[in-house]
Design a protein around this ligand. Structure first.
Ligand code: X2X
Length: 340
């Protein structure tokens, strides 16, 4: 244990203030924070807000620097969690999808049609399910600190409107991360192909793939309509929360006081990110959807009956992955959502 931590644990507050320079000197000059999307995506904004709040609240003693585009793992976003565990990355604001190959519980959020609305997402992340998921992350040697949000992932394509599973038949779809996505799109009759975000936009632009799924804020900032992705179906089939986290050794080197500051800043920055991620896509604020329509996107809203056909077509996949995620956890999630 570091001297400053011992003193602090023993309650030597006065000694602590004298030892500020002593303990600060074994802090790194910069803590590398990995993200896939940078500013002005809500994801990047949330990470930058974290850095800003930490700098302000530690008088610049702790310096987080955001490295977007998964550049610390050469664009391979599904390696981010492992790189953080190894200490190649100090911290990250990462999508549950990208970490799900290492933490199977994170596939929960990718179970098709589990979460119907934002309240359902909040019921999971802010309730007992969220606590269980944080425990699973901790068991892997990573310290989880707070939640934010990428968003509900809506399906888009360049060919035609999608109103029923048959419309996906034969479409080549870019998917990300977990094999669960391959299973879901295969069950819907599409032809899924896994690739990183770095490869996705070129593949859409050249027409190597016909479609993709991502939140509307990603569609907006990445200008996905310019890659021919005219047709957007708001099916709300999955959503990916974001998790703020730290390498364990990096974390343990901070004094308890600084740990408190960095964690609270993650919670605050996460709330800010959630606000940005939902802006313009809620029942009482459809401004983002209107703006995208003005840029040429054609939106399809599903009736309950139409949506149910997608639910039915993916039930088997849900069952198979419920087993893999853990039946108890999924039962708890279903209950949290029913009680929301
Ligand atoms: O790759 C994606 O689709 C993205 C940017 O949404 C994630 O990192 C999960």
């Amino acid at each position: 244990m570091k001297l400053a931590k011992v003193l602090s644990a023993l309650g030597f507050g006065a000694v602590m203030s004298l030892s500020v320079t002593a303990y600060a000197s074994d802090y790194k000059a910069e803590y590398k924070v990995s993200t896939v999307l940078g500013t002005p995506f809500p994801w990047g904004e949330a990470a930058e807000k974290w850095a800003e709040l930490v700098a302000a609240r530690t008088d610049g003693r702790i310096n987080l620097k955001v490295y977007p585009n998964a550049q610390l793992v050469a664009g391979d976003q599904t390696k981010e969690f492992t790189a953080m565990r190894q200490g190649i990355i100090d911290m990250a604001v990462g999508s549950t999808i990208n970490w799900s190959p290492q933490v199977k519980e994170l596939n929960l959020f990718s179970l098709p049609f589990l979460m119907p609305d934002y309240a359902a997402m909040d019921a999971l992340t802010q309730g007992p399910v969220g606590a269980k998921i944080f425990e699973a992350i901790e068991r892997q040697g990573i310290v989880p600190l707070g939640w934010s949000e990428n968003g509900f992932r809506e399906v888009t394509n360049s060919k035609h409107a999608i109103t029923e599973p048959a419309d996906l038949k034969g479409l080549k779809m870019r998917v990300v991360g977990s094999p669960l996505y391959n299973d879901t799109f295969t069950a819907l009759g599409a032809n899924p192909t896994q690739m990183s975000w770095a490869d996705a936009k070129p593949a859409l632009t050249t027409g190597a793939v016909d479609g993709q799924e991502n939140p509307l804020t990603v569609y907006d900032v990445a200008k996905i309509e310019t890659a021919g992705q005219t047709y957007v179906t708001q099916w709300h089939y999955v959503a990916d929360p974001l998790i703020f986290a730290s390498n364990e050794r990096v974390w343990e080197n901070f004094t308890p006081e600084d740990q408190k500051i960095v964690k609270q800043a993650a919670v605050d920055a996460g709330a800010y990110g959630i606000e940005l991620a939902r802006k313009g896509t809620t029942a009482d604020d459809q401004s983002l959807i209107k703006a995208l329509e003005a840029r040429g996107a054609k939106f399809t809203e599903l009736t309950d009956e139409q949506r149910q056909k997608f639910v039915d077509a993916t039930r088997e996949v849900y069952g198979k992955w419920k087993d893999r995620v853990g039946n108890d956890l999924v039962d708890m999630a279903e209950k949290s959502i029913a009680d929301r």
